[in-house]
Each structure stands twice: as structure tokens, then as C-alpha cells.
Design a protein around this ligand. Structure first.
Ligand code: GSH
Length: 208
């Protein structure tokens, strides 16, 4: 059985939980103490050299990190329900939006948080420079504005159907909104979308 290395109350592990639950794949869950730094220990970095969570370990011992890469792997394992796409063009569209949303919103949002409110927590784990916290947040706001415009008239980031991009975007942006950068109420499409996902029985469930 696939091992799912995860952590409590952390947005990327939550994103992968959403994907696994929607696909209804049975996994063995291994909870790592992220707050206590177990993910950065010599022991755990033998499993995931990136020292981050989540990751999965296949039965043959191969380890895959990065939620988007894991989502693609799980889709090949169990195509139904579709979270990447039904054909080559749809799959390319999902990958395009994952990449754009990542570098325009999610990455700057995480760097904004880690280099400001999160600085004391992350200082021991990675290079922290508090002068980049505020500019990263401004970049995140630009990215959110771009996404808000792009989402006019559609229910999900990739169009009419839920994709793994949504499973990742919602927990990360909800977390950032709580701890670092609230979503501008003027971004009507983005706020409506976040509200829609908060009502999804798996993605919006509070109990994790
Ligand atoms: N891009 C990575 C992000 C992984 C990530 O940043 N994980 C966070 C938890 S939300 C983490 O491990 N933080 C603790 C640390 O870096 O020590 C993914 O898709 O999995």
C-alpha cells in the first residue's frame, strides 16, 4: 500500500489529503511532527531529501514529493474521478494553470508569509530575509488580481470542472488568508470561488 507522509494542520499535506480522499485511494498514513522539525531530521530526509511534507512512498520504496506531481501519479493509478483532464488538451490546460497559479500566487504567498509572520518559525529551516516579505505579498496580490479576472464566469480555476489545482489552491490560500494576507474583498470572483470550495464536502471539511 502507498505510504502517505503527512502533518497536522499544514496546507500542502491537506492539499494531498483532499486529492487522495476525492480519488478514494487507500493509503497508510504516517504523521510527521512538522512543528517539532521531524521533517528536517537526518532520518526523514533519507525519505524526502527536500525535507518537506507531504510525500508518498510507493511499495517498491520510490518516494515522490510535490503535490502536483503526486496528483499526476495518482491520476494514472486511478483515473476516476478525473482531476487532471479527460484528454491531452484538458490535461495540458490543468498543468498550465497549476504552473501559473503556483508562480503567480502560491509561491509568492508562501515566501511572503515565511519572510514575515513566519520568520521565527522558518529561520532554522531555510534562508529568511524579512526585507522580501512585503514585496512578496504585493506580488501575491497582483497574482490574485490576475486570477480573479481570469475566473470570471467559471466555477473552478480550470473552468467548469474541479481539478487538482483547486484541491491545492484552497487550503494554501485559506491558510495564507488566516495567517498573513487576507483576500481582498473586491476580488469578487475569487471570493465566490473560495466560498464555493468551502462548501465542498472534502475540500471544505474543517476536521483535520
Ligand atoms: N511545493 C511543495 C511544498 C511543500 C511544503 O512547503 N510543505 C510545508 C508544509 S505546508 C513544509 O514541509 N514546511 C515545513 C518545512 O519546510 O520545514 C509541495 O507541493 O508539496
Amino acid at each position: 500500500m502507498i505510504k502517505f507522509y503527512t502533518a497536522e494542520r499544514a496546507p500542502n499535506p491537506r492539499a494531498l489529503h483532499n486529492i487522495i480522499a476525492i480519488k478514494n485511494i487507500e493509503v497508510e498514513t504516517v504523521t510527521i511532527d512538522l512543528t517539532g522539525g521531524e521533517n528536517r531530521s537526518a532520518e526523514f530526509t533519507k525519505t524526502n531529501p527536500a525535507g518537506q511534507l507531504p510525500c508518498i512512498e510507493l511499495e517498491d520504496g520510490q518516494v515522490i514529493a510535490e503535490v502536483a506531481a503526486i496528483a499526476e501519479y495518482l491520476e494514472e493509478l486511478k483515473p476516476d474521478p478525473v482531476l487532471v483532464g479527460n484528454n491531452a488538451a484538458e490535461r495540458a490546460h490543468t498543468r498550465m494553470l497549476m504552473r501559473q497559479v503556483d508562480y503567480l500566487v502560491l509561491a509568492p504567498a508562501m515566501y511572503g508569509f515565511r519572510n514575515s509572520e513566519g520568520a521565527d518559525f522558518f529561520r532554522e529551516r531555510m534562508r529568511i530575509d524579512e526585507t522580501i516579505g512585503a514585496p512578496m505579498k504585493r506580488n501575491t496580490e497582483d497574482g490574485m488580481r490576475w486570477l480573479d479576472g481570469r475566473m470570471a464566469g467559471q466555477d473552478f480555476i480550470c473552468g467548469d470542472a474541479l481539478r487538482y489545482v483547486d484541491c491545492i489552491f484552497y487550503p494554501l490560500v485559506s491558510f495564507i488568508a488566516k495567517v498573513s494576507l487576507p483576500i481582498d474583498p473586491e476580488l469578487k470572483n475569487l471570493n465566490t470561488y473560495m466560498q464555493r470550495l468551502s462548501e465542498h464536502e472534502i475540500i471544505g471539511a474543517k476536521s483535520l
